[in-house]
Design a protein around this ligand. Structure first.
Ligand code: GDP
Ligand code: IMO
Ligand code: MG
Length: 420
């Protein structure tokens, strides 16, 4: 696929996160001049393999590995300054160049403070007493977005000067909880260290687009975790769907020319919440092992299941997907029959569910209807897709009415086939 000059291409997860967005962004970033994160924070974990070396990004966009492009952290992101400091150091130590000329962090990104992380853990503990906890990553994501909605949480702009930040804490003293003494000194030092990266990224992005740059927006999480369109309340705290991404950077939506949805050939979910596709038992354990389905960030085992075409068809519409990237079909190689969820029945009536689930109760009552297709030994030989896998891809395309653009055949940067 050729990225368009003077336009943005959006890469989005359309399951429950961990679809392989980082890999796809790394592949596409070879052509890009600017790659930006637009939502979430270090709840994300994107793994990329380059010549046998594993690189993990959390806050930095996966374009970081391509020195041809600038990278940005947009106004819609929540930034833990300590995490950003450590990640810059780590990626630099892996041999990649990160300078203030290359990395731009929007002044308006919100700041995660120790208070937010504590609050995240505290609320999860409280929830676990009365109901099921969300299973958050514990990174303070939800409370930081809540602080922004309250208009009390500081943004990068507010920590740019120690004086401003101290005044900010005086005005909102509860936010200073857990940020005293040595830790406050370290926080201020870190802010100082990050100061050269703080910019008006929105204007930089708009200027680059006017100059004809190819811009990539790297979505985090997946549409099933979107705070409005996911399995609420078991979701993250930001909007993730395509319509929200331009706002996470500050570019006009009409500058986005392609919206690539990333899926696995099966599905995974980490954290709690409805997951009708979930499999259990020895087969699920084997699939988890084969796919290395353990959180990039937290190491938690991911639940695994078949690909849910009903949810995907719904989300393809909500997001206006223009193309699909299908990852990890190699993990299914050698499995005789591969399942696809093609309908939702209602457990209460044993009949087809009336409409797409809108409530937690409706999700809990989904009985998935599973169709099986013949499996494959190899995804492809050279650039020729295996016959059975081709039929699987066609089934997905027809079901959701979106053409596939990219077939990933392995975790390495070089393992993949472009169809469009
Ligand atoms: P992200 O959060 O969407 O970027 O995805 P993660 O990086 O959290 O999880 C995807 C995992 O699958 C990573 O470990 C990738 O290295 C790996 N991966 C991506 N594409 C493929 C593929 O086609 N085949 C295999 N076997 N692994 C893949
Ligand atoms: P990437 O970008 C998978 C999940 C958490 C939890 C819920 C809320 O790697 O795909 P939060 O800490 O955001 O308040 O947690 O969302 N979650 C993810 N699951 N991949 C992610 O990111 C996720 N980011 C958050 O497990 O269920
Ligand atoms: Mg991930």
């Amino acid at each position: 696929m050729k990225l368009k000059h003077g336009a943005a291409t959006l890469v989005l997860g359309v399951q429950y996160g961990d679809e392989g967005k980082g890999k796809l962004v790394d592949v596409l970033a070879e052509q890009a001049e600017l790659v930006c994160r637009v939502q979430g924070g270090n709840n994300a974990g994107h793994t990329i393999w380059v010549n046998g070396e594993k690189i993990v990004t959390q806050l930095l966009p996966s374009g970081i590995l391509r020195e041809n492009c600038e990278i940005g952290i947009g106004a819609g992101v929540v930034v833990d300054p300590f995490v950003l400091r450590d990640e810059i150091k780590k990626i630099k130590s892996q041999g990649y160049d990160i300078t203030p000329e290359r990395l731009h962090v929007d002044y308006r990104a919100s700041v995660i403070l120790p208070y937010h992380k504590n609050m995240d853990l505290k609320r999860e503990l409280e929830r676990s007493k009365n109901t099921t906890k969300i299973g958050t990553t514990g990174r303070g994501i939800g409370p930081t977005y809540a602080s922004r909605a309250y208009r009390e949480g500081p943004r990068i702009a507010e920590i740019a000067s120690p004086e401003n930040f101290k005044n900010w804490l005086k005005a909102n003293p509860y936010l200073a909880e857990g940020l005293e003494g040595k830790l406050l000194d370290e926080f201020l030092e870190t802010a100082e260290l990050l100061r050269p990266y703080m910019k008006d990224l929105a204007m930089i992005a708009n200027n680059r687009l006017s100059q004809g740059a190819r811009v990539l927006l790297e979505g985090a999480q997946g549409a099933m975790l979107d705070v409005s369109f996911g399995t609420y309340p078991y979701v993250t705290s930001s909007n993730l769907v395509a319509g929200s991404c331009a706002g996470g950077l500050g570019i006009p939506p009409w500058k986005i020319s392609s919206i690539l949805g990333v899926i696995k050939a099966y599905s995974t979910r980490v954290g709690n919440g409805p997951y009708p596709a979930e499999l259990s038992g020895p087969f699920a354990d084997e699939l988890r092992k084969r796919g290395h389905e353990f959180g990039t960030n937290t190491g938690r085992p991911r639940s695994v299941g078949w690909l849910d075409l009903v949810a995907l068809r719904y989300l393809a519409k909500i997001n206006g997907l223009t193309g699909l990237a299908i990852m990890k079909a190699d993990v299914l190689a050698g499995i005789e029959h591969i399942g696809l969820i093609t309908n939702y029945n209602d457990k209460r009536t044993n009949k087809e569910m009336n409409g797409y689930p809108m409530t937690q109760n409706a999700w809990d009552n989904v009985e998935p209807v599973i169709e099986f297709m013949d499996g494959w030994e190899n995804v492809a030989v050279g650039s020729n897709l295996n016959k059975n896998y081709k039929a699987f891809v066609k089934k997905i395309e027809e079901f959701i009415d979106v053409p596939s653009a990219y077939i990933s055949t392995g975790a390495e940067r070089s393992e993949g086939i472009w169809l469009a």
